[in-house]
Design a protein around this ligand. Structure first.
Ligand SMILES: C[S@@+](CC[C@H](N)C(=O)[O-])C[C@H]1O[C@@H](n2cnc3c(N)ncnc32)[C@H](O)[C@@H]1O
Length: 195
């Protein structure tokens, strides 16, 4: 394992409880924590109905599954096989707990998106949310997705836009310039609101 991956795993193991607490911040006592699938109409980041009508009966893998929200949501939608892969054992612990809350069928495995623990042509659908921006060798990661998907497979991927790093979402103001100059950031942020 490269230093980059080892450090990523260490950080995600350390952040996992706080990160999952953010996911679950609005969950009322006794309610199920959120588990949105990317394949529903109100999916975070927008729905994918033009890409895939239904996941029912399909074999699905979530890459960089974290706390398993997309896996569990997609299992709940009727996917036939659901597998989540993540580097971090702590994230996977949360994922298994979420699966057990929902009582759905999903497997969670420790693995690396640049070296996936599956034979060729294993899945019909793959998705990944907020993971590929931190992958050192993107070419390897995309080759792996292609390898494990069948010929007519679907891959839905989302990564954060750099503008996310510039915005204080609570205050609804720009915090700094994309090009990093303090002077510009100050002028840029005054009175501006993201839309
Ligand atoms: C921002 S979290 C997103 C998790 C989940 N997709 C979500 O939307 O909450 C990024 C995840 O990517 C995982 N990750 C980072 N590098 C990875 C790699 N090379 N292979 C597999 N997972 C990785 C981290 O452990 C972490 O769980």
């Amino acid at each position: 394992m490269t230093d980059h991956r080892r450090e990523n795993r260490r950080l995600w193991n350390a952040w996992s409880d706080d990160f999952q607490a953010l996911w679950n911040a609005d969950t009322a006592d006794g309610d199920l924590p959120p588990a949105p699938s990317p394949f529903v109409d109100d999916a975070p980041g927008g729905p994918q109905p033009d890409v895939l009508d239904s996941v029912a009966g399909l074999e699905y893998v979530e890459l960089g599954c974290g706390g398993g929200q997309a896996s569990v949501g997609t299992a709940d939608l009727g996917a036939d096989t659901v597998v989540g892969v993540d580097l971090s054992g702590e994230q996977l612990r949360h994922a298994r707990r979420l699966r057990d809350f929902y009582g759905v069928d999903a497997r969670f495995l420790q693995g690396d998106v640049t070296n996936l623990p599956f034979p060729d042509d294993s899945f019909d659908v793959a998705s990944s949310e907020v993971v590929y921006q931190m992958i050192e060798h993107l070419g390897e990661a995309f080759r792996e997705v292609r390898r494990i998907l069948r010929d007519d497979g679907v891959f839905v991927v989302s990564v954060p836009h750099p503008i996310r790093e510039m915005v204080d979402l609570e205050a609804e103001t720009f915090e700094r310039s994309y090009i990093g100059s303090e002077a510009k950031a100050h002028g840029f942020s005054r009175g501006m609101k993201p839309t």
